[in-house]
Design a protein around this ligand. Sequence first.
Ligand SMILES: [Zn+2]
Ligand SMILES: [Zn+2]
Length: 134
Amino acid sequence: MLREAGLRVTRPRVAALSAVYEHPHADTDSIVSVVREDLGAVSTQAVYDVLRALTAARLVRRIEPAGSVARYESRVGDNHHHVVCRSCGAIADVDCAVGEVPCLTASDDHGYSIEEAEVVYWGLCPACSTADRP
Ligand SMILES: [Zn+2]
Ligand SMILES: [Zn+2]
């Protein structure tokens, strides 16, 4: 995958890419610890740089719901949406409500070439809504 994307294959890149595959929607800190389990000492900055390269090459997608740190996922290219728990920050994938990337068809694009539409559903996850009940 790295080679196809025109990236040099390095151990930190391989480790970070597999970490994102194994832990969808993980934040940078969690990815850093997974990479460290794999490779030993790696600086946070190094992992941060790798994630930026992987995101730029569109091998991973970076999402950043309001009030949350950046998170990364391997599900790229389908413009799916996310549901976020207001209480614990849990995130799940939500497919587009209507067919293929329909939300990219803006009612008025103002002449912009649009690549991505971001929809975030906010609410409480099942665990938190159960915990809230008296
Ligand atoms: Zn929750
Ligand atoms: Zn997702």
